[in-house]
Write a protein that binds this ligand. Structure first.
Ligand code: HEC
Ligand code: HEC
Length: 440
């Protein structure tokens, strides 16, 4: 997992810079005054301490000139800083600057971000110098300017005895917990996209992936190709640009409204509000919108990740003789595996879809499921279910409660029976495992 995340960090490309405005908004008011007052303070300190006026005086002038010319503009800038190439929110270079030079210096020093003995080793420079393997050219230029500005100023300031002796210091840097900063990192966000959305798009690929959808493109236009093959990063970027994921109004995201038929969808109903896919899409979209808008302030604000991982397969399950009264209700089928002496504690596969009552039929592909961190979570990436004996448990949402609250899970109260199944679970629509609906 660790190395997987590192690979993602390295492939991070600038996306969503436009959404950084909130956190990048300038916080400065009356920028000229503080400099004047700080210069005055410095002079009076000099007289009091009686230190070498000439040497310190010239050092002070140089640092202050650099601060005014190169650091303050970063504080006032409307453009996002280079930090946003990896941090979707929560971190801005402006968080490390105060309108007053002395305060900025002392605060950074007290926060351990400036190394007075060895200015070039200052931690703040390391933050600025962090660059992705494939940085955007524009951000790289911004980063270079930021680095030169801070390096030049810190070198000059570290030689200034008055600045070093100064006492006024404030908390500096982002005032939110590290966990919140971590959660808003682009590599983390991408990992969540892969877990919650990318693993599901196999269900949409026949019509939305450019290697399979020539006919749909001809009939509907290029916008139906919203999947970029083997590239979740580019896919996410496109989805945001095209409004398929809408961070201002998450529920209007076409990723939700199209496959649920809340608006017309050329592919028909693929997802039901409250089913597992819908839950996963919502988990990502809601969280992503909050991250982009910098809404999380405390660790408690961050939503818990799911305990269960899933992966779509091409293994099909068919249930026959389903009573017609269940027509158009969501049926959830969970499979438990026989371990030799008992049924597995957790479901190893699941599937949910509406019942086709007129045909007394329900059929759908299986998703393999596993508790996060379990051995099966790794093994299931083969997308194969070992042959053998399984227990199939069925649940039907007869009251439409998932429509009312998509977070609800079907449970014992929704059970419509269980039945043992023996199968080799071959993949392919033509090789479905068929089971009779259990008579209660
Ligand atoms: C190339 C991507 C990248 C860029 C650009 C980047 N960071 Fe980070 N940042 C990271 C990563 C990765 C971590 C986690 C580091 C770790 O866990 O060791 C992190 C962690 C942090 C943290 C959390 C505290 C810590 O010590 O780990 C802060 C604060 C931070 N970065 C600030 C900044 C600032 C300020 C900038 C811009 C000047 C910036 N970052 C630019 C990738 C980046
Ligand atoms: C059988 C083919 C088919 C399948 C499968 C399918 N769709 Fe579609 N989808 C279409 C067609 C055709 C359009 C274009 C017409 C329209 O906008 O409804 C479309 C449009 C869309 C759009 C709008 C794209 C845009 O930028 O305008 C989204 C989003 C979408 N589908 C989501 C999904 C999701 C999510 C799935 C899988 C869970 C899915 N679709 C499965 C046929 C399909």
């Amino acid at each position: 997992m660790r190395s997987f995340q590192l690979v993602i960090v390295s492939s991070v490309v600038l996306f969503l810079a436009s959404c950084q405005q909130d956190s990048a908004s300038p916080k400065v008011a009356g920028e000229a005054e503080p400099q004047t007052s700080s210069a005055v303070t410095n002079e009076s300190t000099l007289e009091e301490t009686g230190s070498a006026v000439t040497a310190a005086g010239s050092g002070d002038g140089e640092a202050l000139a650099l601060f005014t010319r190169r650091i303050l503009p970063i504080l006032q800038a409307k453009k996002p800083s280079s930090c946003t190439e990896c941090h979707l929110s929560g971190v801005e270079l402006a968080d490390y600057i105060q309108p007053d030079q002395e305060k900025t210096f002392t605060s950074l020093m007290n926060a351990g971000l400036i190394d007075v003995e060895s200015p070039d080793d200052s931690k703040i420079l390391k933050f600025i110098n962090r660059r992705p393997d494939k940085p955007s050219l524009i951000t790289d230029k911004v980063r270079q300017q930021e680095l030169e500005a801070f390096q030049g100023w810190i070198r000059a300031a570290a030689k200034d005895p008055d600045l070093i002796a100064a006492k006024t210091s404030d908390p500096i840097g982002p005032q939110i917990p590290d966990e919140v900063i971590r959660h808003a990192r682009k590599d983390r966000v991408l990992a969540s996209f892969i877990e919650n959305v990318w693993t599901e798009v196999g269900r949409c690929a026949a019509c939305h992936s450019p290697d399979q959808n020539q006919k749909q493109v001809k009939e509907n236009g290029e916008q139906v190709s919203w999947i970029t093959l083997r590239d979740p990063q580019t896919t996410l970027q496109h989805m945001v640009d095209a409004g398929i994921i809408n961070t201002d109004d998450p529920l209007e995201s076409m990723l939700l409204t199209k496959p649920t038929m809340q608006v017309d969808h050329g592919g028909g109903q693929k997802v039901v509000v409250g089913d597992r896919t819908y839950k996963q899409f919502r988990r990502f979209i809601d969280d992503y919108a909050s991250v982009v808008h910098g809404s999380y302030r405390t660790v408690a604000d961050i939503p818990a990740e799911s305990d269960e991982l899933s992966i779509v397969t091409d293994i099909w399950l068919k249930i026959t003789d389903v009573p017609a009264k269940y027509d158009q209700m969501l049926l959830q089928a969970d499979l438990y595996r026989w371990t030799g002496n008992e049924w597995s504690e957790h479901r190893v596969a699941t599937s949910d879809r509406l019942v086709f009552g007129k045909g007394n039929l329900w059929q759908h592909s299986l998703s393999l499921t596993a508790p996060r961190g379990s051995t099966w979570a790794k093994e299931m990436n083969s997308r194969r279910l070992p042959g053998g004996k399984y227990l199939l448990k069925l649940y039907i949402d007869q009251t439409g409660k998932l429509q009312k609250d998509f977070r609800v899970e079907l449970g014992d109260g929704d059970s419509t029976g269980q039945v043992e199944v023996e199968s080799q679970w071959p993949a392919g629509y033509g090789k479905m495992t068929a089971v009779r609906f259990p008579a209660n």
